[in-house]
Design a protein around this ligand. Sequence first.
Ligand code: NAD
Length: 478
Amino acid sequence: MTTPITVAYGDGIGPEIMEATLHILREAGADIGIETIEVGERVYNMGATSGILPSAWETLKRNKVLLKAPITTPQGKGYKSLNVTMRKTLGLYANIRPTQSYHPFVKTAHPAMNMVIVRENEEDLYAGIEYHQSEDVYECIKLITRSGSERIMRYAFDYAVANGRKKITCMSKDNIMKMADGLFHRTFDEIGKEYPKLEKEHYIIDIGAARIAAKPEAFDIIVTENLYGDIISDIAAEVSGSVGLAGSSNVGEDFAMFEAIHGSAPDIAGKDMANPSGILQSAVMMLIHIGQPDIASTVHNAWLATIEDGIHTPDIYRQYVSREKVGTQAFAEAVVKRLGKKPAQLAAVEYKKAEKTAAPAKMAKAAVIRKELIGVDVYVYWTGDVKALGNKMKGLEGGGLTLENLANKGLKAWPDADTSGMHLTDQYRCRFRGKDSATHAEIVALLARAASLGIDVTKTDNLYTFDGAPGFTLGQGE
Ligand code: NAD
């Protein structure tokens, strides 16, 4: 049965590499019915700040599968990244980015690399929650949830098992972000216990990224947060030979989107120079997803044979390694010519059944926890003397709430703090705590007193304990 799919041609090199890819799919006999939507630059320029029109959402939701070329997000205020919007709106929580080297046919310093990065796709700094709070302070919220972490971990572990992988590495920065990244790492450890046969390890992201650049063959599956995953997958693709080689899938419970990991490459757009391999690899992942693994194998093997024959686009062309430098469309023709062939030296693929695409929704229920309100952090715009602010805020005490300290950029600034070496900004965190607990009414009353004194409160955060453990960090020096 013909599977309907949605196709977006995108911007920059998008139309060229998409046309090349669809040509190969058609010639390979992919049984797909294509519906095209327009997204990206032209839509942004029509005034749609999301880069997509309502009619396109209808098509997407009906077909459930999208093959998408890269798009250009206009710089400047007001425009939201379409990619991020799509991932969140369609619940595409897992981003799968395989990277491998094709030694000796594509030049690389790392002949044996073959890794898959499983990137959490909806949370982290990409939740898109930002504030401009004072003249000096901008805030971007890093959101990590227990349920989101659990879901991506299950996906990554199940993917590793389904694809015969041996080792899984978690990368985070939990030495610094002990709560948010700590949760991510802890969830990895907890869920990992259910997969005793897989080797497990954790790297702090900075040394992890360095190791990917220097020794990528040491990794098998990597599971990580949204931003880290974005960065390390570009590193991985680049050290494998070219950012133009890697494809990816974005999957959720109901929808899936397939795209190259690179962008719209405006510098080479319209020049017939772009490598269509990234989007072609994504199309292979899509064919597996829609239950056409035979066609996926045919396309992938023909592509491998083309690479092996030294027919290369400029990004991977190297004298003495490559045989012929070709443009985008000629590369596609070369792949079409090899449909039905298998590579002689590179390992041929034989896809059988659909890769695991969405983790079962078997999320563990949270253990019963006792959540207690014990105070509030009140953020205040202030450019004057710290001691004067301390005294002013002390005057707001009342109910059971007393002022504990002031902090500036997370560093204790009052009382008993030497601020002479600190680069102070114009927003202070004033921490008020109840004796044992606090109430919302006490907090509201405190804010009313602040308002009556004309204090510019820029935001507040409640302080909770969970089963007695503080749900907030202490300021440095506190
Ligand atoms: P880019 O990936 O477009 O280009 C980086 C470099 O890699 C350029 O030198 C480019 O020529 C080269 N390159 C990329 N793809 C190639 C290919 N297939 N073949 C040969 N060379 C290739 O990154 P950028 O320049 O930072 O971003 C350009 C635009 O793309 C921006 O507007 C950005 O927002 C957008 N972007 C879109 C996506 C997406 O749609 N998924 C992803 C990343 C960036």
